[in-house]
Design a protein around this ligand. Structure first.
Ligand code: F3S
Length: 405
């Protein structure tokens, strides 16, 4: 591994023990992947949990006086602030542990964004920028929509990148590894943002960890439609890079996206594939429901606004709960703009900084029947004792008002 003079000093401990430790780990990771050098990063998304492994890891660096110089956002966490609102309190000892871990995040300098859509709001990379992002819905968006460059980092490798401001150069940081090798001809009608979720899931089932190039996607898809595609493609695959002709900066046309090579596979995605995807993720077709959960990935302000418009002047059916997940910052903005008030008056809630797979939700929805617009949410919650149907946001809100779908 070729190091610059500054990186060699870092390795020798001249810039602190924490940086030396982190860089040495990164050199070993880089060697595994054949990296020949490091690249500078100024932007990281580190999805650290409050589980033992991540806590131990942060403590190791704090003991060596680590302090971040760059922006590092964080994924949703298990946050004591919303336990009371959800009405599912944890044992006191656990609340204490969670608070301690959050203090550690602050001590090291992690930004408490607690969101899974940093690339849309708090931490937006520019085109061609090398960054270190984790989160399966964010990584294909960063690479394929924004045209920045990241490998699929782990919580720990992202934290080390935040400490050193470096990443080993391999994988998707290199031009030759970013080309598509599978052609996806979209023949399905994409009339609704929800259809992009179904397209993502249906495509993911064909992909493994290949790189798709999509053709025939309607002009000018919205950020939310693209987020839906990037979120639900990784329910059934491990796609870190995708191309959409006319959207991806590296895909002005199909030939360029494919690196002027023939695709290894060509697939057409039709309306039937979308319908199959929807049906495969529904535990029932019609039922009386107990809850609606939206915001996996976290809802944008635009999505919250649409929900508020759908709910304005109406009330949820008796005994039906509506929970919307968003970043704490987006919840504050929704409050300032009056959307939160409309949603709360109808009986719904916006929770800032939570994730749909956290145990508070398992307890709250134990034995219940619900609907969501997220295939990812349905997939992750399938092992729990709840029955879920996936359908569009509008249909979810309609079901919340009628109490059934
Ligand atoms: Fe976000 Fe959790 Fe869903 S991190 S994408 S709400 S599984």
């Amino acid at each position: 591994m070729q190091l610059t003079e500054y990186e060699q000093q870092m390795r020798d401990g001249l810039h602190g023990k924490a940086r030396a430790l982190a860089l040495n780990y990164q050199i070993q990771i880089g060697q595994v992947f054949g990296a020949e050098r490091m690249a500078e990063v100024q932007r990281v998304h580190a999805p650290l949990t409050q589980l033992d492994g991540d806590n131990w890891f942060i403590k190791e660096f704090l003991q060596r006086e680590a302090k971040l110089d760059i922006i590092a956002t964080t994924n949703p966490v298990y946050d004591v602030n919303y336990f009371e609102q959800i009405g599912s309190p944890e044992p006191q000892e656990y609340v204490k542990l969670i608070s301690e871990v959050q203090d550690r995040f602050a001590q090291i300098g992690l930004m408490p964004s607690f969101n899974c859509t940093p690339q849309l709001e708090a931490n937006v990379p520019r085109i061609n920028e090398i960054v270190a992002f984790s989160e399966s819905s964010a990584v294909p968006y960063v690479n394929g929509i924004l045209g920045a460059r990241t490998n699929r980092e782990s919580a720990k490798s992202a934290l080390m990148a935040a400490i050193t401001g470096r990443v080993p150069v391999h994988g998707l940081l290199l031009d030759e590894n970013r080309k598509a090798n599978v052609l996806i001809e979209v023949k399905a009608s994409l009339n609704h943002a929800f259809d992009y979720r179904l397209l993502g899931f249906a495509t993911g089932k064909l992909m493994g960890n290949n790189i798709p190039v999509f053709t025939c996607i309607p002009n000018n898809p919205s950020p939310e439609e693209l987020l839906n595609l990037c979120t639900d493609i990784n329910v059934s695959a491990a796609v870190a890079m995708l191309h959409i002709v006319g959207v991806t900066p590296e895909a002005p046309d199909v030939a360029t996206a494919l690196g002027n090579k023939k695709p290894q596979h060509t697939f057409s995605i039709t309306d039937e594939h979308l319908d199959e995807a929807r049906q495969s993720m529904c535990d029932f077709e019609h039922a009386k429901i107990d809850f609606v959960m939206l915001g996996c990935a976290h809802y944008t302000l635009q999505q919250i606004k649409v929900v508020a418009n759908l709910l304005a002047g109406q009330h949820l059916a008796q005994d039906v709960e509506l929970w919307i997940l968003a970043s704490p910052q987006m919840r504050d903005t929704a409050k300032q703009m009056g959307y939160l008030d409309i949603i709360e008056r109808s009986g719904g809630h916006i929770i800032g900084g939570s994730c749909s797979v956290m145990p508070v939700w398992d307890r709250r929805f134990d034995g219940k029947v619900g609907v969501t617009d997220s295939l990812k949410l349905k997939f992750y919650n399938s092992p729990q004792n709840m029955r879920i149907k996936v359908m569009s946001m509008d249909s979810c809100i309609d079901a919340a008002i009628k109490g059934q779908c």
